[in-house]
Write a protein that binds this ligand. Structure first.
Ligand code: SIN
Ligand code: FE2
Length: 204
């Protein structure tokens, strides 16, 4: 397994999931989306819509609306509890992180052709000791990884379908975002676009 050190605490595993496993994982994600449909989050205060669509699985899910960012056990529109994290994803978390506790939240982001994600830190959790695992499916994306403060220089990493990226330890609080999705680079999603899965522990 190839492992590229992007920065201290940020590792990239190109091709972590082979095509067969990507297809199986995608089928798990499609089942989740049937139960917990993708919805369009809004920026706190302004209510400006995100360009990505989101849903979650796990005991907790990350949501964004006019009142802020938070974790909650239920879907904001259906109000049903999020579906469980598929066993396959739990296995990837264990093998990639060797972390003793399981993830509590899996954010599912869908990027259509023009979607992007501004630079941010994942900071709505209580437990910053646990790693963050990101898995990509579908079209490739330009992932940006910066430093511990906003606005500094950033590096670009191309994330392809099947790639894993881990932010842990000194990398846990790095600023990151997605500047662009490269349409037509993968045949995995028949509708095109990109799915990113982010596994996290939330903490007490
Ligand atoms: C995120 O940071 O929420 C998503 C990152 C990605 O899509 O690769
Ligand atoms: Fe993030």
């Amino acid at each position: 397994m190839q492992k590229l050190r992007i920065k201290d605490g940020c590792d990239h595993y190109p091709g972590y999931l082979d095509r067969r496993v990507q297809t199986e994982l995608l089928s798990d994600i499609r089942d989740i989306i049937e139960q917990a449909p993708l919805y369009r989050p809004q920026m706190p205060r302004t209510g400006k819509p995100f360009s990505v669509m989101m849903t979650n699985c796990g005991p907790l899910g990350w949501v964004a609306d006019k009142s802020g960012y938070r974790y909650q056990p239920h879907h904001p529109e259906t109000e049903a509890n999020w579906p469980p994290i598929p066993a396959r994803l739990m296995d990837f978390w264990r093998s990639l992180t060797r972390y003793e506790s399981p993830p509590e939240a899996c954010l599912i982001n869908y990027y259509a052709a023009n979607a992007r994600m501004g630079m941010h830190r994942d900071e709505d959790e209580t437990d910053f000791n646990a790693p963050i695992v990101s898995l990509s499916l579908g079209d490739s994306a330009i992932f940006k990884i910066g430093g511990l403060t906003r606005g500094g220089p950033s590096q670009s990493v191309k994330l392809n379908s099947g790639d894993a990226l881990i932010m842990a330890g000194p990398g846990r609080m790095l600023y990151h975002g997605v500047s662009r999705v490269l349409g037509g680079t993968s045949s995995l999603l028949k509708e095109g676009g990109r799915i990113n899965l982010t596994l996290r522990r939330v903490g007490a």
